[in-house]
Design a protein. Structure first.
Length: 324
């Protein structure tokens, strides 16, 4: 294990949901719990068996750590391990604090040209990497990203990086769609009260064809329906956003057109990829951060996120740090 002095911690929609509702699905907050799972910091102390890190190293933290070497870990899909530890998923504490202890092999050294903030953004970025890999995004694909929140935006960034020829994004909010344009979306569609079929036909008309791949980042029933209608026959729909447990969808439409529907659960094996991309300056995640607060103003930061202002709200846990 290593002891870290925390630096930057991003606020996620799930953090806000636990704070407001005390549960997400089967994960119920029964005791006081520290939030935060998008994080970076500096190594203060290392355990006796740790060789790849030393005090002073700047690291990004992967929040999901398997507790046992089960069949999922053996096949490299450790995110599916049923006993996994995960920051800020009850009953496991997160890392929105001054000092935090974590398993050393899930702390990744940041190169000098990658900032603490970028290090904290690797967590949401990882969702995009994992989703686009599961979707099979490749050279020349047309991609539809449903939802332009932080997770929709990282999927735009990663899909473009993986060779997508055109990406179209839908959302209710004009300001969020503007941000999608900023990070590389080719087309945006502001949804008002169209039916799912109407949304699908708008997607087709702006792309000039139906997309091979749809990445659904809202979890809203109507959006999942639109995702099925929009996806080209033989294509893939990846469900990233989580909504109600039971959702009514046109499953026969998907079945007879051989549209593959895939889910994702967090991510695995993404931190080294993300660090390499950030260090090489192949991708830019800096525009995602719109608000910054010191740890003392955490409540204000959470309120800001809850109101849906900006994109990513970042908390600064190190009082000695004077960076903007």
């Amino acid at each position: 294990e290593v002891l870290l002095r925390m630096h930057s911690v991003g606020i996620c929609g799930s953090d806000v949901h636990y704070w407001q509702h005390g549960r997400i699905g089967d994960f119920v907050v029964k005791d006081p719990m520290v939030l935060g799972h998008e994080a970076s910091g500096t190594v203060v102390k290392v355990g006796s068996g740790v060789t790849h890190l030393k005090p002073g190293d700047r690291v990004a933290i992967e929040p999901g750590v398997p507790r046992e070497m089960d069949e999922f870990c053996k096949t490299g899909r450790y995110n599916l391990s049923p006993t996994i530890f995960f920051c800020a998923t009850p009953p496991d504490n997160g890392n929105l604090c001054r000092y935090y202890k974590h398993t050393a092999s899930y702390c990744y050294k940041l190169p000098d040209n990658v900032t603490f903030e970028e290090g904290a953004l690797i967590e949401p970025l990882s969702v995009g990497i994992h989703a686009c890999k599961r979707a099979g995004v490749t050279l020349g694909n047309k991609v539809f990203v449903s939802g332009s929140g932080p997770i929709g935006l990282v999927n735009v960034i990663v899909a473009k990086m993986m060779g997508a020829a055109a990406v179209v994004v839908t959302d209710l909010s004009a300001s969020r769609l503007q941000k999608a344009k900023e990070v590389g979306a080719d087309f945006t569609i502001q949804v008002k009260n169209e039916t799912p079929q109407e949304v699908a036909s708008k997607v087709e008309s702006v792309l000039g064809c139906m997309p091979e791949i749809t990445v659904e980042c809202t979890g809203v029933q109507a959006c999942i329906q639109a995702g099925i209608y929009a996806t080209r026959s033989g294509g893939t729909l990846v469900l990233v956003g989580l909504g109600p447990e039971m959702v009514t969808v046109p499953i026969v439409n998907a079945a007879v057109r051989e549209v593959d529907i895939r889910g994702i659960f967090r991510y695995c094996n993404t931190w080294p990829v993300a660090i390499a991309l950030l260090a090489s300056k192949r991708i830019n995640v800096k525009p995602l951060v719109t608000h910054r607060f010191p740890l003392e103003k955490a409540l204000e930061a959470f309120e800001t996120t809850k109101r849906g202002e900006g994109v990513k709200v970042m908390l600064k846990c190190d009082p000695t740090d004077q960076s903007p």
